[in-house]
Design a protein around this ligand. Structure first.
Ligand SMILES: NC(=O)c1ccc[n+]([C@@H]2O[C@H](COP(=O)([O-])OP(=O)(O)OC[C@H]3O[C@@H](n4cnc5c(N)ncnc54)[C@H](OP(=O)(O)O)[C@@H]3O)[C@@H](O)[C@H]2O)c1
Length: 246
């Protein structure tokens, strides 16, 4: 039997991580680089992307490029992927949120969240599909809130539920071209997106009794991004300290 650990290696492969300069995207980029992948890391801020790419290249001895990308802008998405003839892994990680009760949120809030979290992933996958054909993997960073509700975050919860549904649809549609599409559903991870009040509110509902550290998401992303998950498509992998098990 082949060495099962070898299936996690990404040597000679290229991974694109949207929003990969910080937070969970950066942690995912670290894991993929540690497995040997060359990286394209994006940020809306080109200088931030370049700095992250340089740090990742130095830490892991892989090639890494930083690129400016706004996933809400179709022209920006087209420009980035037009320059890539081969993409082995696309991680649709870019995300945003707006908080507030239903009556306080505006149509612009809804559009900002849906345009980034759902339309952005669709635009990037559409643009990358020709370069992914013949073995590529898409990892959509959704959320445990695709499975359970959360008050005062209605656009976010809707966007992440939509992203898991999109994952299933594209898994079926892209399977004949050899592309696997899966969702990664993080629970409470301590990043800029989770403020101190949210952290305190949620702690009692986490069976493992603590917030996750971003580095704890990387190995799960690597599983979905690599041949280790070769018979997995259209799935959602939850990494949430047991939050949704209640
Ligand atoms: N933290 C959690 O507990 C948690 C739980 C479940 C799911 N998630 C999901 O994990 C992903 C990463 O979130 P995070 O927690 O790491 O928060 P974060 O630090 O705020 O990261 C969000 C990332 O998205 C990028 N981004 C935002 N709008 C963008 C746009 N229009 N175009 C391109 N990139 C954009 C940002 O990049 P720049 O600012 O550099 O442009 C940033 O790197 C998100 O999809 C989030 O919904 C997080």
């Amino acid at each position: 039997m082949a060495d099962p650990l070898a299936a996690f290696r990404l040597d000679g492969q290229l991974a694109v991580i949207t929003g990969g300069a910080g937070g969970l995207g950066r942690a995912i980029a670290e894991a993929l680089a540690a497995a040997g992948a060359a990286l394209v890391v994006t940020s809306r801020d080109g200088a931030r992307a370049e700095a992250a790419a340089a740090a990742l290249a130095a830490a892991h001895g892989v090639a890494a490029t930083g690129v400016a990308l706004d996933v809400t802008d179709p022209a920006s998405v087209t420009a980035v992927f037009a320059g890539l003839t081969r993409v082995d892994v696309l991680v649709n990680n870019a995300g945003t949120t707006r908080r507030g009760p239903l009556a306080a949120l505006t149509a612009d809030d809804w559009d900002a969240v849906l345009d980034t979290n759902l339309r952005g992933a669709w635009l990037c996958t559409r643009a990358a599909a020709p370069a992914l054909a013949g073995g590529g993997r898409v990892v959509n960073v959704a959320s445990m809130f695709a499975a359970v509700g959360l008050p005062a975050r209605s656009p976010y919860v809707a966007s992440k539920g939509g992203l898991v549904a999109l994952t299933r649809a594209l898994a079926i549609e892209l399977a004949p071209s050899g592309v696997r599409v899966n969702a990664l559903c993080p629970g409470p991870f301590a990043t800029a997106m989770a403020d101190a009040a949210a952290r305190a509110d949620m702690l009692a509902a986490i069976p493992l009794g603590r917030w996750g550290q971003p580095a704890e998401l990387g190995p799960a992303a690597l599983f979905l991004a690599s041949a280790a998950s070769s018979y997995v498509t259209g799935a959602a992998l939850t990494v949430d300290g047991g939050y949704t098990a209640r």
